[in-house]
Design a protein around this ligand. Structure first.
Ligand code: N2P
Length: 365
């Protein structure tokens, strides 16, 4: 029996291709915030695309920034907050999106695109994933027990007034380890511009923290969800959706803990977490597929419904649960919106001042 050379060559090519596929299945590596997705979406992505998804988590913009500026992170998709995104774009850390590969961009919400364009003009480098506010999570009955029925549950006085913190220390208070949010919160509280870049103004945050520092049990940006839910602590300065997840975990555990999220009357920071592709991403095409998958309205709604953060996808809104789209702590009405502020990135020199100040506040020296 004779084979034509063509057949032989074709079958050889086919088996070589098969071997290559077996040796290196396509992978996409995503680095996202912890407690920030419905995990069933990760499996769904793998099933729909046949791509292996490696999914790691972090809880600090500063940590992500260190990796992005060092390069070679190995990630295809990362999720910096807008202010950090802007600084990292300037440093050349990201590649422009190939919008041709992102048909689901049509689903995005112009109102949010306008806001994120402040950090990334034309939204050339990133899509909005989720957005939210930085406020206070409270175990309501516990706090009332310690501070009385007229506890200032609508005000930053709760955590920035030493006499309140002295009492709350008994049941446990955590603050985020997030200087770019915790310093602006203190400045806003004393009537300074939360977005000040003036080192002398920023230094005033120390006057707010020094008297309450002994009563802060921990600075941490993810442990507070469970700590609030299981009653280990009674107050956490934290992120909106995280506190609402704590509320649900407590309700599920039926442990008598009742958690509420507060946007204080003096104002809270609003921020936007953006999905971007590192300039040296091993698989930018795969990254684009992940971004497009996330911008599917039902997928985006599933993420918001699960983690209680708002998203920048207009088409997803019809799939949102009522306790998400109807909650002004998640989708703010005009009045709540008026009560928020945003910040802009510090230049590297001011950032060093901020880092040093925060380290000294945390160490209590
Ligand atoms: C998720 C918190 C993400 C919000 N746990 C911080 N930008």
């Amino acid at each position: 029996m004779t084979k034509t050379p063509m057949t032989t060559l074709a079958s050889l090519t086919a088996s070589a291709a098969l071997l290559a596929t077996m040796a290196a299945a396509e992978e996409v590596r995503v680095y996202n915030w912890s407690d920030y997705i419905d995990e069933s979406l990760l499996e769904k992505f793998e099933q729909e695309t046949g791509i292996d998804l490696i999914y790691d988590v972090f809880d600090s913009n500063e940590l992500l920034e260190t990796k992005m500026l060092a390069g070679n992170s190995g990630y295809d998709v990362v999720v910096p907050t807008g202010t950090f995104l802007q600084r990292q774009i300037a440093a050349g850390a990201f590649q422009k999106l190939d919008k041709e590969q992102l048909p689901n961009l049509d689903n995005m919400w112009d109102t949010i695109e306008e806001r994120t364009a402040k950090y990334d003009p034309g939204n050339e480098y990133a899509i909005n994933y989720l957005w939210g506010t930085t406020g206070i999570g409270v175990n309501v009955p516990k706090v009332k027990e310690l501070l009385g029925e007229d506890a200032p549950l609508d005000s930053w006085d709760l955590v920035f007034k030493p006499e309140n913190m002295e009492k709350l220390a008994e049941c446990g208070v955590h603050f985020l380890d997030a200087p770019a949010e915790m310093l602006p919160a203190a400045l806003n509280y004393i009537g300074e511009d939360p977005d000040s870049h003036d080192p002398d103004v920023i230094a005033k945050a120390e006057e707010v923290y020094a008297p309450i520092r002994p009563y802060i049990q921990k600075f941490h940006s993810s442990e507070y969800i469970n700590a609030l839910a299981n009653g280990e602590i009674c107050v956490a300065v934290g992120w909106s959706g995280d506190v609402l997840q704590a509320r649900d975990r407590a309700a599920e555990a039926d442990n008598g803990v009742e958690v509420a999220y507060i946007i204080p009357k003096e104002g809270a920071q609003m921020w936007f977490d953006q999905m971007a592709i590192p300039v040296d991403a091993p698989n930018p095409e795969g990254a684009m597929k992940f971004l497009n998958f996330i911008m599917d309205p039902e997928n985006m709604a599933a993420a918001s419904n699960y983690v209680y953060y708002a998203n920048g996808n207009k088409a997803s809104q019809e799939f949102l649960n009522e306790d998400v789209i109807g909650d002004t702590a998640i989708y703010p009405d005009e009045e709540t919106l008026d009560n928020t502020y945003t910040t802009t990135p510090y230049d590297p020199k001011v950032q060093r001042v901020v880092t040093r100040l925060w380290t000294s506040i945390k160490s209590g020296t």
